[in-house]
Design a protein. Sequence first.
Length: 148
Amino acid sequence: MNDITGKCLCGSVTITVSDPVGWLGACHCRMCQRWSGGLWAGFPADPDTVRITGPVQSYPSSKLADRAFCQTCGTQLWMRDRSDDAPYDLMPGIFDGAQDWPLKSEIYVDQALHAFSLSGVHKRASSAEYREKNPEVNQITDGARQND
Ligand SMILES: [Zn+2]
Ligand SMILES: [Zn+2]
């Protein structure tokens, strides 16, 4: 089995993923920009392939999803829809093994900070295109709305 293990900045949270997908997706929505500080990228992993140890805290960033971080050092760990079988969207930067993974998709490209126009051949979707395919995100009405 192909496992990768990552850790937060202070080392108190450890995450191991079995057979990771080996690619990343980036999101430029306003929530991801605020949370990441600029550029957000993650990769999906089924819950039964993820093992987590350490002090994790979750923030309910919208009606749909939580964003998790290390209680001690604040490192971003994942974003995940609030249901038991929802996949994790894990932060690649905490895993040494993710360094050479390609970017597969990029969403909310029309909202990207201009400094982060990502080159290469990958799927791109504007906020309107993404919302049309994922109408559930239109329910998000919290203080950090994706379309503000
Ligand atoms: Zn930490
Ligand atoms: Zn986003």
